[in-house]
Ligand binder design. Structure first.
Ligand SMILES: [Zn+2]
Length: 492
């Protein structure tokens, strides 16, 4: 299969050049490292970025803490590499163990302890800060791959997930782009590759952290789930002492997520459904609204996110987060990938992190409400509509034909709206969520946008309303075949 071999070669190109320290880390060391990383976390770099001073009150709940002391602790410096330069399989199998003296041979200047504040009177040139995560320090104006490995190794095999980091020469926010939390969602993997490999650390303001494959277990098995059939994206922020999924989630949250000032989490439809490229976010949160506005011409759908999703947990921790849904699982499609790449590049421009990517189009309408139309009987579904099509009440969306009895039923739209997601032609059970119709929002339902990134104060008062429209239900821990394909299973 084309997509399979493609994704394999992708994986190969995603290897990391690990520092020896990482490869030999014992679980205990890893734990210690975690703690250090967590403490200094969302970083000092923010402070230098943020021109306005108001940043005292940092709520207790926020995982983003600054610890000035931790900044001075020595940390191995990450090897600066050209991210887009292919690496050989040999390099993957045997990480460069033989070079423990990596920091010394760096040609990049060591990060200055502190720029002497006295010198420049008028326009001091702002200098980026080293970014410290995953037990390493990434100097400004460099790029690298760092291995993240959840402390639990189910198979007993060291199999780390590469975390791509580009730390810009100048200060700015840290934007994180995560993909394949569901291991069968491939478009995001390619999206991260294209975005990351085209960033220039010399001109970037702030940092971009790209995680092509969060759920490596699922990816290896072409599965949405972890090996124990749990959905990783129902276990954030996780629990160090919880289930396997909870531990993996916690590790990712502590080691990567807390370093982000904003997150774009990439997904596709689920279970043979495909999605029009669309952003999903909690539009009652002004910072999330602001983030969605940065993507240019992309449909936005309000959704506060199921509990346990990375998006929900990150927003609760004060990190504005949106999911970008595009396409279907198990396939790579160019339209979805290029739309996503274009959207993220527009966002980078809007956040002032890059200047080379141009603003892209006018914002698309926002859909505050959406609904699923389901198959009323089982059979083979054939669609008459296409993704993105505008439909009116009564329009024929598709037919479901029972191949045995030859009874055919029509699915007609009960709403005026737009097809944001739909089932691919397939055999369906009665009740299968077939067409996701977005209903355009009246402007007053949306919070006005508010500046998002490089702020230290968390965005949200988390109201723990689990369900806003009665369609959401907890699918946690249910295997795929027992899950209702309701709207939330297609989300995040
Ligand atoms: Zn997903």
């Amino acid at each position: 299969m084309v997509c399979r071999s493609l994704s394999l070669s992708l994986l190969l190109s995603l290897s990391f050049s690990a520092l020896p320290v990482f490869a030999e880390e014992s679980p205990q060391d890893a734990q210690a490292t975690n703690e250090v990383a967590t403490e200094e976390s969302a970083p000092a770099s923010q402070e230098s970025i943020e021109q306005e001073p108001a940043q005292e009150e940092r709520p207790v709940a926020s995982p983003m803490q600054t610890d000035a002391a931790a900044d001075t602790e020595p940390m191995p410096q990450a090897k600066s590499i050209e991210l887009d330069k292919p690496v050989s399989e040999q390099e993957l199998i045997t990480p460069p163990q033989e070079k423990p003296a990596e920091p010394e041979e760096k040609e990049k200047p060591q990060p200055k302890p502190q720029p002497a504040p006295a010198e420049p009177e008028v326009a001091p040139k702002l200098e980026g800060r080293p970014l410290r995560l995953l037990g390493a320090e990434v100097p400004p104006a460099t790029a690298t791959r760092l291995p993240w490995s959840p402390s639990q190794h189910f198979e007993g095999v060291y199999s780390a997930t590469p975390i791509l980091v580009v730390n810009g020469a100048e200060p700015g926010p840290t934007l994180c782009i995560t993909a394949a939390i569901h291991g069968d969602e491939l478009n995001g993997i390619e999206t991260v590759r294209r975005v990351m490999y085209n960033l220039n650390p010399e001109t970037l303001k702030g940092a971009v952290i790209g995680v092509p494959i969060v759920n490596m277990q699922g990816f290896h098995r072409s599965s949405r789930y972890l090996t124990d059939r749990r959905d990783l994206n129902r276990h954030f922020p996780g629990d160090r002492n919880g289930s396997s999924a909870s531990r993996i989630a916690r590790s990712f949250f502590d080691e990567v997520v807390v370093h982000c000032n904003a997150i774009v989490d990439l997904h596709t439809g689920s279970f043979y459904r495909t999605n029009l490229p669309q952003l999903r976010g909690d539009l009652t949160d002004p910072k999330v609204v602001k983030l969605t506005k940065g993507f240019g011409s992309t449909v936005v759908l309000h959704s506060d996110g199921a509990k346990g999703t990375l998006r929900h947990a990150a927003v609760a921790a004060g990190i504005p987060t949106v999911t970008l849904e595009a396409g279907a699982p198990m396939v790579l499609d160019e339209l979805s990938v290029s739309h996503s790449v274009k959207g993220i590049r527009t966002l980078l421009n809007q956040l002032g992190m890059v200047s080379k990517f141009r603003l892209w189009g006018e914002p698309e309408p926002v859909y505050y409400n959406s609904t699923w139309q389901r198959a009323t009987n089982g059979g083979i579904i054939f669609s008459k509509v296409q993704l993105g099509e505008f439909v009116s009440k009564g329009d024929l969306l598709g037919t479901v034909t029972n191949p045995i009895t030859n009874v055919r039923n029509e699915i007609r739209s009960q709403y005026n709206g737009r097809i944001l997601g739909m089932a691919m032609n397939q055999v369906v059970q009665p009740g299968f969520a077939a067409y996701h119709i977005g209903i355009e929002a009246p402007q007053e339902q949306i919070s006005p946008p508010e500046e998002v990134v490089a702020e230290d104060t968390p965005a949200v008062i988390e109201n723990d309303a689990g369900s806003d429209n009665g369609t959401r239900e907890t699918t946690e821990d249910k295997p795929a075949d027992q899950q209702t394909p309701a709207s939330e299973s297609d989300e995040d």
